[in-house]
Design a protein. Structure first.
Length: 252
């Protein structure tokens, strides 16, 4: 594995600089490579943290530094200024990475543990022994029911490439991504599923999405999802949402 190249690919993936084909190929790799998934999630969190930094302070620092590159007549040297700006941003990112990386790993472990604590049981759909019209689906479901989420996910994703808006495939593919710690893809598929307002999987998908957001440490977005579930007395996970919102994670 070329770690440096993988980081570059992960950055392109997270910043949506890949074509659909490139993104699909990268997602396929993530299904089979848990370490790559972990690194992608950490990089995603790092990018989110950087975006949250105070832009005014950053601009102020860069402006002050740029002033030092003016010539005697007070004319700035654009090339040197641009080089410095790029270097300053790179140094900031590296510094933030060095500072945040250990805590990000630790915090992600805690949020994953919390999400797992509230994970509901999903037995999957029954597979009829004499049913031969959906062989690929039956095979994927058998793998899912046996707990082989990596293999099941590959099968569901292959079918999903041919039926991209099938709510059942989106649901079980998302759960396979969740179980293999590929939370960004789980989130993507669950949100896509929830666009289908009449899907039988909607309430379960809303709950799994909330858990996925917790696992990703997207606290604000997770809280909004949980409050929506909690405020619906007819929702299957209303009480569970109330309990999760009472956890220390949401109250500190």
């Amino acid at each position: 594995m070329d770690e440096e190249k993988d980081i570059e690919l992960a950055e392109s993936y997270l910043l949506h600089r890949m074509t659909e084909q490139e993104a699909a190929a990268f997602e396929k790799r993530m299904i089979a490579d848990e370490e790559l998934v972990t690194n992608v999630e950490i990089l995603r969190t790092l990018i989110d943290k950087i975006k949250e930094e105070d832009e005014k302070n950053l601009r102020s620092v860069l402006k002050n530094k740029e002033a030092g590159f003016s010539d005697k007549r007070g004319n700035r040297k654009p090339i040197r200024r641009i080089v410095f700006r790029a270097a300053a941003i790179l140094i900031l990112m590296l510094a933030l990475f060095a500072i945040l990386y250990p805590s990000l790993r630790s915090n992600q472990s805690n949020t994953i543990e919390l999400a797992t604590k509230y994970k509901p049981s999903e037995p999957g759909l029954p597979v009829l022994m004499d049913h031969t019209t959906n062989i690929n689906f039956n095979e994927a479901m058998n793998l899912f029911r046996s707990g082989d989420f990596s293999a099941a996910g590959r099968n569901f994703n292959e079918m999903l490439s041919k039926k991209p808006v099938n709510d059942t495939l989106l649901y079980f593919s998302a759960l396979c991504h969740f179980e293999t710690n590929n939370y960004s893809m789980a989130e993507k598929n669950l949100k896509k599923l929830l666009l289908e307002k009449e899907s039988v999987w909607n309430q379960k998908a809303e709950w799994w999405l909330a858990l996925t957001l917790v696992a990703e440490d997207k606290k604000a977005e997770a809280a909004i999802s949980l409050e929506k579930i909690q405020n619906n007395p007819h929702h299957s996970f209303s009480k569970s949402a109330s309990a999760l919102l009472c956890e220390e994670y949401f109250n500190k």
